[in-house]
Design a protein around this ligand. Structure first.
Ligand code: ADP
Ligand code: MG
Length: 688
C-alpha cells in the first residue's frame, strides 16, 4: 500500500503529509493520538443532570433552526429520544454543523450539558450520524485525538480524516513484527500490528497505555542496541594495551601529591587501573561534582601511560582551562622529569612547529590542549591514554577525532554535570561509569544568598572587609552569545565602577574577547594572589581552580541556568575557608527565575540541582541532545519512562552479548530493521 491509495487524498493533502515527515503509510501509523475521548457513556436524555463531565446521547433530530442576527446568529437543534428532548446549540461554525443535522434522522452527540430554563442544553457537541438509537456499537472504542499540526490544518486534514486514513491502512495491511518473540513474551507486549490497532482505536485507556509502552520500548531498544553494538565493536576489534602503573605513577601519588586522596578518587583510580590492565580498551566516564577533584584522577591515569613508554593527551574545552591544567601538570610533574606541552589554537607558527615535532617524535609525554589537539597537523608517536575534561562541552564527533590520533587508545572522559546515576548509565551506555562521591574533606559548605540592588552598599562593605582579611573574589557577568557586545559592556562598566568604588584594591577584568596571552596573564595573577577582585564573564564557568578565592558575586543572576550557576559557584569553596556566593538579580524575577535562585540557596548538591534543572529544561536542552548522540525520542521520555528504558537497555545488552552479529534465526527481522538504523549511529560515533 502507498500513501496515494488513501481516500480523500488531494495533492495538497499529500504535500501536507510530506511536510509533516510522513512519506509512507507506516509513518502515518506512527503518528500517535495525543489523547482519547470516551464517547461510550450513553445516557437517556430525560435523565440528564448537570455534572460538568462530557457524556453521550443518541437522539432523533426534531427541528433545526438558525436564530439571531448577523454575527449573533446561532444554530439550534432539538433532539429527542424515548425519555425526553434537549436543545443543541452552536454559536460558532453553524454553517458547517447545519449540514450534519437532518430532520427525522438520528445523531450521536458528545458534550457537556447545562440546564437553561425548560431545556437541557448541549453547546458545541461532537456529532456523528447514526442509523438509529441502537447504532452505538462504534462508540465502544475510544476516539483518538491527534496532535494538531500546522501543515494538516492548512490542508483541511481533520482529526476524522486522519483517523479514517489510519483505519484504511490498518485494514489493508498487517504490520510485520521485528522484536524477537522472547522479548514480547518477557514484557507481555502486544505484537506490532496489534499494538498499532490499540493505539489508534483502543477499547480502553489501559489497552492504549500498554501498547504505548511497547512503542516507547521499541525506540529505546533500537537506541540501546546501537550503543551496545558500538561498545562491542570498540572492545573487540582491537586489544587494549596493558598499562600497569609503575614507578612514576607511584612516585606521583606517594611523593608529589600534597594531600590524601578521597575515597571517591581512590575508587575511580582503582576502576581505571582495572580497565588499563584488562587487555580491553578503556571507555570510562568519571562523574564528580564541581570541586570533587577529578584533575588528579586524570593525571594518575595519564601517568600509567607514561610509565609504559606511551603518550597521553588531555583535552579541555577552553584555553583558560587548558592553561590551568598545563600549569598544574607542570607543578606536579616537572620535578618527576615528565615532558609535557601545551597546544592551543592561538600559538605562533614557530612555537607550534616545535610542539608538533615534540609530540610526533614522542619526546612529549603528556600533551595538554584545547580542541587544537586533534587538528590535522597533530600526530602522536604512540598515544596510549586520552582524557577529555568537561566532556559534555564536546561532541561525540570531537571525542572520536581525538581517539583517531592513536591506535585504539584508552579513553577517559570527565564530567561535572551530575545526572541521576540510572539515567547516566542508560544515556552513556557506551561508557563505564565511576562516580566520585563527596568532596575532599575540610571544606565548609558555601553560603549562598540573594541580594537586591538596594542592598549593594552592604554587599560591597562585606566584600571590602573580606578582601582586607586576605580573601579574593569573583564578580561574574552573564555573556550570552547573541548579545555579546552589550554584555561585554556590562562587565566592562562594572569593572570601571568597581575601580572607582575600591581605588585601593587590585581589580582585574577577564572576558572571551581578550587575547589568550592577556587572559592567561590575568588568570595567573589572580591565581598568585596579585589580583583581589576578578571581574569576569562566564569564561571562568568551567574548571577554573583558585582555592583562595572565597567570594563570588553573580550579577544578573536571573539570566543564568541552574546548572550554570552551580558550575560558577563551584569556583569558590575550594579551600578551607568559609565561602560566600551572592546572587544579585538585575530585574524582577520570573517564577522560574525565583525557583532557580531559591534552589541555589537551598542546596549545594550537584545531583539535586541537576535533577531540578533537568525537569525545568527537559533532557534535550539539558544534555545537549545533538552533541551527546542521544536521539530525541518520539514517544518515550528518558526521565518519566526510566523503567522502560532500563528494560530496553538490559535486553539490548543481552542480545549483543549473545548474538552480536544477529546470526540467530529469531533475530532476522530485528537485523533488517536495526542495520539501517545502526549505520547512521555508527557514522556519528565514528565507528566504520
Ligand atoms: P574538579 O573535580 O572540579 O575538576 P579539581 O580537580 O579542580 O576539581 O579539584 C578541586 C580542588 O581540590 C583543587 O584545588 C585540588 O587541588 C583540590 N583537591 C583535589 N583532591 C583533593 C583531596 N583529596 N584533598 C584535598 N584537596 C583536593
Ligand atoms: Mg575540573
Amino acid at each position: 500500500m502507498k500513501l496515494l491509495d488513501l481516500k480523500n487524498l488531494s495533492q495538497k493533502r499529500l504535500s501536507a503529509l510530506q511536510s509533516a515527515g510522513i512519506h509512507h503509510p507506516e509513518h502515518l501509523l506512527y503518528f500517535f493520538p495525543r489523547r482519547y475521548l470516551d464517547k461510550s457513556n450513553f445516557q437517556p436524555i430525560g435523565f440528564l443532570r448537570e455534572t460538568g463531565e462530557p457524556i453521550s446521547v443518541a437522539g432523533k433530530v426534531i427541528s433545526v433552526n438558525v436564530s439571531g442576527y448577523k454575527s449573533k446568529k446561532r444554530l439550534e437543534v432539538i433532539v429527542q429520544d424515548r425519555s425526553g428532548s434537549m436543545k443543541v446549540v452552536y454559536f460558532k461554525g453553524w454553517k458547517y454543523f447545519i449540514s450534519r443535522f437532518k430532520k427525522g434522522e438520528w445523531v450521536a452527540l458528545y458534550g457537556t450539558v447545562k440546564q437553561y430554563g425548560r431545556y437541557m442544553n448541549m453547546a458545541h457537541p461532537e456529532v456523528d450520524q447514526i442509523s438509529g438509537p441502537d447504532d452505538v456499537e462504534q462508540f465502544k472504542s475510544l476516539t483518538p485525538i491527534y496532535p494538531s499540526n500546522k501543515h494538516f490544518s492548512k490542508a483541511y486534514i481533520s482529526n476524522q480524516i486522519i483517523s479514517d486514513w489510519v483505519q484504511q491502512i490498518l485494514t489493508a495491511t498487517t504490520v510485520p513484527e521485528f522484536l524477537p518473540d522472547h522479548i514480547l513474551k518477557r514484557h507481555s507486549f502486544p505484537v506490532r500490528d496489534e499494538g498499532l490497532r490499540s493505539i489508534h482505536k483502543p477499547e480502553s485507556k489501559a489497552e492504549a497505555d500498554k501498547a504505548l509502552e511497547r512503542f516507547k520500548y521499541e525506540e529505546f531498544f533500537l537506541f540501546e542496541l546501537s550503543m551496545a553494538k558500538i561498545k562491542n565493536i570498540r572492545t573487540t576489534r582491537a586489544e587494549g594495551k596493558i598499562l600497569e602503573p609503575g614507578p612514576i605513577t607511584k612516585n606521583f601519588f606517594n611523593e608529589q601529591l600534597p594531600f590524601e586522596l578521597t575515597d571517591g578518587q581512590k575508587n575511580s583510580l582503582k576502576d581505571i587501573r582495572t580497565d588499563l590492565t584488562s587487555g580491553e580498551q578503556m571507555n570510562r566516564l568519571i562523574q564528580g561534582d564541581v570541586g570533587a577533584g577529578k584533575t588528579v584522577v586524570a593525571i594518575g591515569s595519564m601517568l600509567m601511560a607514561v610509565d609504559n613508554g606511551m603518550q597521553a593527551a588531555l583535552m579541555a574545552p577552553t584555553e583558560i582551562l587548558a592553561e590551568q591544567h598545563y600549569h598544574t601538570i607542570k607543578e606536579y610533574l616537572e620535578p618527576l622529569g615528565i615532558n609535557h606541552r601545551l597546544i592551543t589554537g592561538s600559538q605562533k607558527t614557530a612555537l607550534r612547529r616545535d610542539i608538533l615535532s615534540d609530540i610526533a617524535g614522542g619526546t612529549c609525554q603528556i600533551a595538554v590542549g584545547t580542541h587544537a589537539i586533534f587538528q590535522d597537523q597533530v600526530e602522536f608517536n604512540n598515544l596510549g591514554v586520552v582524557v577529555i575534561d568537561e566532556q559534555h562541552r564536546f561532541g561525540v564527533k570531537q571525542r572520536n577525532e581525538l581517539l583517531m590520533k592513536g591506535d585504539n587508545p584508552h579513553l577517559l572522559v570527565m564530567s561535572a554535570t551530575p545526572i541521576p546515576r540510572s539515567l547516566a548509565m542508560t544515556i552513556y551506555s557506551d561508557l563505564d561509569i565511576s562516580i566520585i562521591e563527596g568532596l575532599p574533606g575540610g571544606r565548609k559548605p558555601i553560603k549562598t544568598a540573594v541580594r537586591t540592588d538596594k542592598e549593594r552598599p552592604g554587599v560591597y562593605d562585606f566584600l571590602e572587609t573580606s578582601i582586607q582579611n586576605g580573601d579574593q573574589a569573583y564578580i561574574v557577568y552573564p555573556l550570552i552569545e547573541e548579545s555579546e557586545v552589550m554584555d561585554l559592556k556590562d562587565a566592562t562598566m562594572g569593572f570601571e565602577k568597581l575601580k572607582q568604588r575600591f581605588p585601593e584594591l587590585r581589580i582585574g577584568l577577564l572576558h572571551g574577547r581578550m587575547k589568550p596571552e592577556e587572559k592567561d596573564g590575568i588568570m595567573k595573577r589572580f591565581a598568585e594572589g596579585d589580583i583581589d577582585i576578578l571581574v569576569s564573564t562566564t569564561v571562568i564557568e568551567v574548571g577554573v581552580d583558585v582555592p583562595n578565592a572565597s567570594i563570588m558575586i553573580v550579577e544578573h543572576a536571573e539570566r543564568f541556568g541552574l546548572s550554570q550557576l552551580h558550575q560558577l559557584r563551584g569556583r569558590i569553596g575550594r579551600g578551607r575557608k568559609q565561602s560566600y556566593c551572592i546572587l544579585m538579580p538585575g530585574q524582577k524575577l520570573s517564577k522560574d527565575g525565583r525557583f532557580r535562585l531559591k534552589m541555589m540557596i537551598d542546596t549545594t548538591d550537584g545531583f539535586k540541582i541537576a535533577e531540578a534543572d533537568l525537569k525545568l529544561r527537559g533532557p534535550g536542552d539539558f544534555l545537549g541532545t545533538k552533541q551527546s548522540g542521544l536521539p530525541e525520542f518520539k514517544f518515550g521520555d528518558i526521565l518519566e519512562d526510566r523503567i522502560t528504558l532500563e528494560k530496553a537497555k538490559n535486553d539490548a545488552w543481552q542480545i549483543i552479548r549473545s548474538d552480536s552479529d544477529f546470526g540467530n534465526p529469531n533475530h532476522q527481522a530485528l537485523k533488517k530493521v536495526f542495520e539501517p538504523y545502526f549505520k547512521k549511529k555508527a557514522e556519528f560515533f565514528g565507528i566504520g
